[in-house]
Write a protein that binds this ligand. Sequence first.
Ligand SMILES: *Cc1c(COP(=O)(O)O)cnc(C)c1O
Length: 341
Amino acid sequence: MGNVHVPTTPAINATTVIANDIGSLSSVDGESLTRDRKDIFDGFYYGSVGTPTSANLIRALVKLERAEFASLTPSCQSAITAVMLALVKPGDHILAVDTATYSTRWFLDRRLSSFGIQIDYYAPSAAEDISRYFRPNTKLVFMESPGSFTYEVQDVAAIASACRSIGAYSVLDNTWAACTFFKPFDHGVDVSVVSLSKNAGGPAGMALGAVFSNRRSIYASIASEIALCGLHVSAHTCASVLSAMSSMGARLEHQQRSAAAIIRFLQAQPEIETVFHPALEDHPGHTLWRAGFSGSNSLISVSFRDVFKQWIPSFLGALQLFGIWIWMGRSGESRQCLPRK
Ligand SMILES: *Cc1c(COP(=O)(O)O)cnc(C)c1O
């Protein structure tokens, strides 16, 4: 190696993995997926299932999320589907927060419900009283905090504790916090999922998801579900996300400052009715956000006063700085508008 090294992780693109001695051979079963690795080269048997590059990314991510274990998936959507498929079975009941992002609801409503799994939605303001919605077959409670796209903040610790009392799994979509602003395992959750397609890998144009847990048995079920479904990720993607992640802390700092300036501007506009952002004191989730979060990302939503609504399409069409706005209508329809060049 000499006296120098490079601070970047190369993409070790490999499907064939060759053991140097018979003692280093891994068995092809769930155990080898989840065993502790001596180093990033340890324990691989097939490059599709994992590489030293994915192991290096996992190492970085578990430190950020303060978790013991993690697996990678091609997107957060596939992370969520793998978690659900691993932890619930026909006849079980899932409670999901009403403010979960639309793609999570698609999977619950269009797929899981057709597998004989019951799904109910609860209000994001639920805390200990979530137990009112528990049924004898409640197996999993899904949270997303802050929620999409008005950022309701959930009492994660209270819900995780209620889940423990009935032996149900608590699962948090922690994408908003970008593995940075909220540490789910300090609040007692069983599983967190994060979309790395956003703050971590977005600048590299990479889609990727991660599932975290502090409980080995839960992690082992999810890791084997990921393998069963073949939800593997490429070394190239992992190397690009690692590289983009090295600037994430600096980007988030800058984005927080920019968001604060944009919020101040928006609040002064007569067309705007409400600006939604949990760092605002009048936001309903502000107290919980202050207590549990160390910062915020740059997601901002606004609602327009009624008289200005007719102008929204031309407003969106005239934007110069913002590339895509997702516009949520009252009835839930959404449109993406590209600004004029
Ligand atoms: C984008 C997003 C997802 C889906 O992530 P993908 O990586 O695009 O599949 C899930 N949850 C939240 C909160 C998101 O913002």
